[in-house]
Design a protein around this ligand. Structure first.
Ligand code: AKB
Length: 323
């Protein structure tokens, strides 16, 4: 990318977008990172650099932004997550697939662009080996979200092989961030639990004890995304999507870690429809390919993430450092 080229983040107001835009602006300069979403945003995202209102389903609108701002890299983050997608399957399919086609087709027209598209552990299903889930394995997702992500992976690989589009992707596990609330995922409890622990000293979890899922702290997810996008093209051997692992835990394990900081913290359980989704996903991820190809390595474990999350949330909620 030349100094005049810019980066476009579509779906910038979502969980990953909010953090990613700020990180890219701090790395590359605010003016070069265009944030875009279908809804207006406020706060630091709006104040720290350019923002454009756009719907990823509107091919012409997205193409226009790309032309106007000399965009060479697009991060397409607009999507419906697992729990919300189950409530609205058709909208999930439309948004998750047509948005991707629009961006891939624009990249095909304009040449020389680099695309990031997030996949998910949801591409795996009940017939997949659940421990240390391999990069290449049985994939029979049982959720609308998983089906859309798996189809999207196939299309990314197809556009790369057939049209030489430089598209790169990660299969994110559950992401945990203090900056932005998650929106409609099955792994959302692992964010909400920190907020409720600080505000109420207790949490009712919608997954049952023993439900181990792969998770990752947002700073690690940003590092993974930026490393993948910065890797030499020939190192990015996998053009469907890379497994990336970090931490795996069950609700009672994160609760025990929080109790070390908030004595007396209590958790109880009221599993709902999200239990079935969680039960179809891996417990842990084999990310050897990402580690070998472009040097992926996570920094945070459950203990260090918990310390960092609680410190930042206490600051944001203006709570005393120890409660
Ligand atoms: C979700 O729970 O839907 C997401 C995901 C694992 O992709 N966080």
């Amino acid at each position: 990318m030349s100094q005049r080229d810019s980066i476009l983040v579509l779906g910038a107001a979502g969980q990953i977008g909010t953090d990613l835009v700020m990180r890219l602006r701090s790395d590359l300069g605010s003016d070069r990172v265009i944030a875009s979403d279908v809804k207006h945003v406020g706060g630091e995202l709006r104040e720290s650099g350019p923002f454009v209102l756009a719907d990823v389903l509107d091919f012409n609108a997205v193409a226009r932004i790309i032309d106007q701002h000399q965009v060479k890299e697009v991060y397409l983050l607009a999507a419906l997550l697992s729990a919300t997608a189950e409530q609205n399957p058709k909208l999930a399919w439309k948004l998750n697939m047509e948005g991707l086609f629009n961006v891939l087709d624009i990249a095909k027209e304009k040449k020389g662009m680099k695309i990031f598209w997030p996949s998910s552990i949801a591409v795996f299903g009940p017939t997949t080996p659940r421990d240390n889930t391999p990069q290449h394995t049985v994939m029979e997702p049982s959720t609308v979200y998983g089906v859309s992500k798996q189809a999207g992976e196939r299309w990314c690989e197809y556009y790369n092989h057939k049209f030489n589009i430089d598209v790169r992707s990660l299969r994110y596990p559950g992401l945990i961030s203090y900056k932005s609330p998650p929106g409609g995922g099955t792994t959302d409890y692992a964010v909400d639990i920190y907020h409720q622990a600080l505000e109420k000293g207790r949490y009712t979890c919608f997954l049952q004890p023993g439900t181990v899922l792969p998770m990752m702290y947002m700073p690690d997810a940003l590092d993974a995304t930026i490393s993948l996008m910065g890797a030499d093209s020939d190192k990015v051997r996998i053009r469907s999507s890379y497994n990336v692992g970090a931490i795996s835990f069950a609700p009672e394990e994160i609760a025990a870690e929080i109790s070390k900081h908030i004595p007396g913290f209590e958790i109880d359980y009221a599993p709902d429809f999200r239990q079935q989704i969680a039960d179809s996903w891996p417990r842990s991820i084999d990310d050897a390919a990402a580690r070998a190809d472009w040097g992926w390595k996570n920094k945070f474990d459950l203990a260090s993430m918990t310390t960092d999350m609680l410190m930042h949330l206490r600051e944001m909620k203006s709570l005393p450092v120890t409660k």
